[in-house]
Structures are given as C-alpha cells and as structure tokens.
Design a protein around this ligand. Structure first.
Ligand code: URA
Length: 195
C-alpha cells in the first residue's frame, strides 16, 4: 500500500505523546518541557545535537538559539537547503541545568526516543553535531577533533551513514574553526548526493 504523506508526521507525533511527560531521568525535575525533533521527517538528512539550551527549553524547539542561527546559516549557505527541508533533533530531549553536558545515564535514558525517531525517518545521513551527539549515536566515546569529517555506519542500520562535525556552539566560541565546519558541510552535501 502506498505510504501516505502524513504518516511519518503522525508516527513522530505519537512518539512525542509517549514521551512528553517522561520521568526516566532527573532532567525532568528542572526542564520546562520535553523538546522533540523538528523539521521534515521525509528528509534524507537528520542533524543530531546534544540537548536543548535555555531558548530551546523555553520555545520547545531544537536549535533556536545562537547555535541554531549558525546551523541555519550553514544549511542555507553551504547545503543550499532550508531548515524546514531537514530534520533536527537532540540526543537528550530535556535541558540539563546550567547547560551542562548530559550524563551517560541521561543519554541512555533518552536514547530509545532518538532511536525510534531514526527508525521512522530512515535518513540517508545522520550528521552529529559535536562529540556528545556522536557518542549518543555511535554508542562509544570519541574525540571530535580526531573523527570530524569522517563517516561511520549507524550501528542499528549500517546503510545509514553517520557523519561527524563540530557543534555550532563550539564554532561560535572558536571562530577560526568556521572554515573547518564549512568544509565538513561541503562533504556532507556530497554524501547526500552520492549513489
Ligand atoms: N545545542 C544543542 O545541542 N541542541 C539544541 O537544541 C540547542 C543547542
């Protein structure tokens, strides 16, 4: 039977309904809300970040703060796409206090949500923004300076390519790395058009 255009939207909405009152880890005590993924679930490309920050926790949407503005610019200027064309989500769906890095326990508690999002979307490429996103997706610790620009198979579906680059917030703190993230996005664009 032909898949209806709204099916993936409905599956993701149902998934969010299952998780919106989640208390699987301590982050629920300080969050304003669970921040689900956002964008086009029919996209070939999924971006994965770390966790919502203050603005994301307030608005209920991922990457809407300063890091999100840089991400939007890279999507438009390097990939030639619009933010609405891609899907954007996080390893942890709740804001850690003081924007600290989520703990391995928090990442594990939230992983079934991310895993299910990827199962529904079945993208061609998952682009991990920073080491925490890469660790969440690949399930192993890594050094982003060593692995950025590289491609790995997604452990739960090796046909999906996992690409790693810097987190945009890191680039905002280290502006000389902007040329590196631009180069990585150029490679990401090639990956999307390959075979
Ligand atoms: N940083 C992230 O990792 N995710 C967001 O949603 C916003 C900032």
């Amino acid at each position: 039977m032909e898949e209806k255009k709204e099916d993936k939207f409905i599956l993701l909405k149902n998934l969010y309904e299952e998780w919106k009152d989640c208390t699987r880890c301590d982050l629920h005590k300080s969050r304003t809300r669970v921040v689900p993924g956002d964008g086009n679930p029919y996209s070939l490309l999924v971006f994965v970040g770390e966790a919502p920050g203050e603005e994301e926790d307030r608005q209920g949407k991922p990457f809407v703060g300063r890091a999100g503005q840089l991400l939007n610019r890279l999507i438009e200027e390097v990939l030639g796409m619009k933010r609405e064309d891609v899907y954007i989500t996080n390893v942890c769906k709740c804001r850690p206090p003081q924007n600290r890095k989520p703990t391995p326990i928090e990442m594990r508690a939230c992983f079934p949500y991310l895993k299910k999002e990827i199962e529904i979307i079945q993208p061609k490429v998952i682009c991990c923004l920073g080491a925490t996103a890469g660790e969440g997706i690949l399930g192993k610790s890594l050094r982003i300076t060593k692995v950025r620009g590289q491609v790995f198979p997604y452990p739960y579906n090796p046909r999906i390519k996992v690409f790693l680059t810097y987190h945009p917030a890191y680039v905002l703190r280290n502006p000389k790395e902007e040329t590196t993230i631009i180069k990585d996005f150029e490679k990401l664009k090639e990956l999307l058009t390959q075979e």
